[in-house]
Design a binder for this molecule. Structure first.
Ligand code: GTP
Ligand code: MG
Length: 300
């Protein structure tokens, strides 16, 4: 499954972010703690223009804590990057953000000027919720669906910081297949731009390998079927997603599995792991090296 959901308002958002960037001191990139790699928009790195980046791994209440710790440590090793795991139920960690931003730009803070930060990230990851938590009341519109924020919105915080909310953005072509499925499973993609059945089959396979006990317990299964389709059907049968004649209604079963994952009913689950990401990076580097070698062979 490839996802191509880059509607007009995202195009516009990208242009407006690029236009506003010279006036920004620090970028706050919001990632989904359950998929810190898949939810990292490659356009953000390009738009940042070398500015310091704070990566917020949000919705950490839904993610596997051991993996979140590994991800935070991994990001902290990168140059120019600070990482924090946050979630809306624990606003305390988030409240440290203004001081952190100011400490990255002491000159502005000391001269009494606002530190200027911009929040960026994929749709539905919780950017506007973070703005509201920091502001102390609801100033930005939020909602449990992608593409709620449609335009940039600048908010002044009493701590001496100007914070811009931006519309959630995906990117024109999501090439990594795992990332496509995981983004769709997380709720970042509009319903009509994804195939529920395909996403559920992928998810069933991933959960069987990584979190078999979560599936066994949640759906009161005695064993886990070895193939993905049978597993989704077993889940559907347990939950009464049936057509006349006892045939499993696959779309309904798929939607149920995806919605339950999103809501955290399967427990705290992380889809992207650091180990897997390091393997992907090594593969990409090997591919790039092979390509370079081939090019220099052709030249000689
Ligand atoms: N479980 C959980 N849900 C969260 C958290 N933060 C935000 N949400 C929920 O995620 C949904 C999306 O939140 P928004 O703040 O509107 O997300 P956004 O990134 O601004 O979305 P767009 O404007 O569409 O790009 C809402 O239903 C929030 O309640 C969190 O830390 N944990
Ligand atoms: Mg928003």
């Amino acid at each position: 499954m490839s996802i191509q959901w880059f509607p007009g308002h995202m195009h516009k958002a990208r242009k407006e972010i690029a236009k506003a960037m010279p006036e920004i001191d620090v970028v706050i990139e919001v990632l989904d703690a359950r998929l810190p790699y898949s939810s990292a928009n490659p356009m953000v790195a390009k738009l940042c223009q070398g500015k310091p980046v704070i990566k917020l791994l949000n919705k950490s209440d839904l993610a596997d804590p051991a993996h979140t710790e590994q991800w935070v440590n991994w990001f902290r090793q990168q140059d120019n990057v600070t990482a924090l795991d946050v979630c809306m139920e624990q606003p305390k960690a988030l409240k440290r953000l203004p001081e952190l931003c100011k400490s990255l730009f002491p000159i502005r803070a000391e001269s009494g000027r606002n530190v200027r930060a911009m929040i960026m990230g994929i749709p539905n990851v919780g950017k506007s919720t973070i703005i509201n938590t920091l502001f102390g009341r609801k100033i930005a519109k939020v909602g449990n669906e992608p593409a709620v924020t449609r335009a940039q919105q600048r908010v002044l915080l009493k701590e001496g910081m100007a914070l811009s909310d931006t519309p959630g953005m995906l990117w024109p072509k999501i090439e990594d297949v795992d990332a496509s499925y995981r983004l769709a499973a997380s709720g970042a993609v509009r319903d009509t731009a994804m195939a529920y059945e395909e996403v559920a089959l992928y998810l069933a396979g991933l959960l069987r390998r990584r979190y078999p006990d979560a599936l066994l317990q949640r759906y009161k299964l005695k064993t886990l079927a070895e193939d993905d389709l049978t597993l989704v059907e077993d889940i559907g049968r347990k939950r009464g997603c049936l057509r006349a004649g006892g045939v499993v209604e696959l779309h309904q079963a798929s939607e149920l599995l995806i919605q339950e994952l999103r809501a955290g009913h399967l427990g705290r689950i992380t889809l992207d792991t650091v180990a897997e990401w390091e393997t992907k990076l090594a593969e990409e580097a090997a591919q790039a090296a092979a390509l370079q070698e081939q090019e220099s062979d052709n030249e000689s």
